[in-house]
Design a binder for this molecule. Structure first.
Ligand code: PEP
Length: 253
């Protein structure tokens, strides 16, 4: 069965005190208010992971990381490997967020290696795709997304594709307050599921969670999540407010 997931990407936010307050509020509010079976994930900066795990211990909340290196280990000062993340008991790793693609020049071939590392260590990659405003205006969004999906994921075995989450995040909607309409998002999600059907099988494609990300807020989450191919969200800004993050979790069908 397809999993419904709401993952909060804290990005480069979360000083020590904020990390403690935010994580403990999310854990407590989730316990009191969320009963729809959604898988909620907190994804703080690396240094906050241990503290968030400590606060989430014994709760259903999962913890993830925002990135990992493509190599297993070695002399890569300042980097972190999937092996290290897995040894600390993490569940999810975001791969290919548009900010990594844009500011760190991460390309599909490199991202495919990172996805492999995450699988090798039995965690779940949340692989992000999405077009820029320019690409959408030039009507190239389908082509761009197909390339990101095929080059980043289509080398995967059937076992590993089933253990992969995809996040569609139109770059023009991230942190801008502009959200794709539910119809625009559904169109791309259905397109991605169709690509998965063609490469793998209909049954397999139906099992894969495809999240939407891009200015999801409590007031637009329910409409987005009501779409048949939208299986939850990857949440940036709103995941820094416990009330908003929990309300978004509650909006899952
Ligand atoms: C994100 O960074 O993944 C994201 C979707 O950000 P925001 O919700 O702030 O648009």
């Amino acid at each position: 069965m397809r999993k419904y997931i709401v993952a909060g990407n804290w990005k480069m936010n979360g000083k020590q005190e904020q990390t403690q307050i935010l994580a403990s509020e999310v854990v407590n509010m989730y316990k009191d208010e969320v009963n729809n079976g959604v898988t909620a994930v907190m994804i703080p900066p690396f240094i906050g992971i241990g503290e968030v795990q400590r606060l989430a211990k014994g709760s259903p909340l999962k913890v993830g990381a925002q990135n990992c290196h493509q190599e297993e280990s070695g002399a890569y000062t300042g980097e972190i490997s999937a092996a290290i993340l897995a040894s600390f008991g993490l569940d999810y790793v975001i791969i290919g967020h548009s900010e990594r693609r844009e500011y760190f020049d991460e390309q599909n071939a490199l991202l495919a290696q990172k996805v492999d590392q995450v699988h090798r260590h039995h965690m779940t990659p949340i692989y992000c795709v999405g077009e820029t405003l320019e690409e959408r205006e030039e009507n190239r969004h389908f082509e761009v997304i197909e390339q990101q999906i095929s080059e980043g994921l289509f080398h995967l075995s059937t076992d590993n594709i089933q253990r992969t989450v995809i996040a569609y995040e139109p770059v023009w909607a991230i942190g801008t307050g502009k959200t794709a309409s539910a119809g625009q998002a559904q169109e791309i999600h259905a397109f991605i599921r169709d690509l998965l059907t063609k490469r793998y099988s209909e049954a397999m494609a139906q099992e894969i969670s495809i999240l939407y990300g891009g200015s999801v807020k409590p007031n637009n989450a329910a409409e987005l999540f009501s779409m048949p191919d939208i299986d939850g969200g990857l949440i940036g800004g709103a995941s820094l407010q416990s009330r908003d993050f929990i309300d978004i979790c509650k909006a899952v069908k």
